[in-house]
Design a protein around this ligand. Sequence first.
Ligand code: PEP
Length: 250
Amino acid sequence: MRRKLVAGNWKMHGMKGDLPQVAEIAAAARANPDVDVALCVPFTLIEAAAGVGAGLPIGAQDLHENDKGAHTGCISAAMLTEIGATLTIVGHSERRGDQHETSHDAWAKSAAAHRGGLKVILCCGETDAERDAGRAERIVQSQIEKSLPDGASGDWLTIAYEPRWAIGTGKTPTLEDIAAIHAIARAKLRQMVGDAADGIRILYGGSVTGANAAAILAVDNVDGALVGGASLTAEKFVPIIEAAASLRQG
Ligand code: PEP
């Protein structure tokens, strides 16, 4: 049985004045022990968030694929773990879009994170043009194939399926479409890592809110959610954690 994981992605939001939100989210995580909760904040907030968020895993949103070196402006896995990060997002569609990152980059970064002791949320997902062209399933299969690092296991790796057109738009795929892609992703994982695929969580991400979380989280092979906008405040994020908890108990 895979435990549900509800992970927040604050993107380029969050200042020290927002730390009380982290503390409130951590309190909700402690109050719902049947659900795993994590929060990925900007680099500048990781240390302080780890300080106020007792028991709440704090993550980064990216890292460099090398362990050290002449890479101006970049950050390594060791730097992240030193300030209290225990996980990182890799291959988010905003990085694939804005920074032109490829699945090969995501593969190298996932491997670097694992080498450095970080857990990884590895993102995949099609654009609206790719979905309209009927290529969503093939794109997700191909992204997983190209970015899944060696030795992938549920102990340290989570996949997040995030259709790019659903991120921050208020649009979501139908539950049937989510089920279809998650089934395809599970099958691809099984083909690549055998029985270890059963332990790898596959999150859904893209406009998850307190209003739609229970329905999405109940879909087959949806093992949690990666949440952007609705993770920025405890008021919006806690209902998603509670939706996951109620399913777990139901
Ligand atoms: C995300 O940033 O990963 C995300 C899913 O954003 P949102 O929930 O705002 O769509």
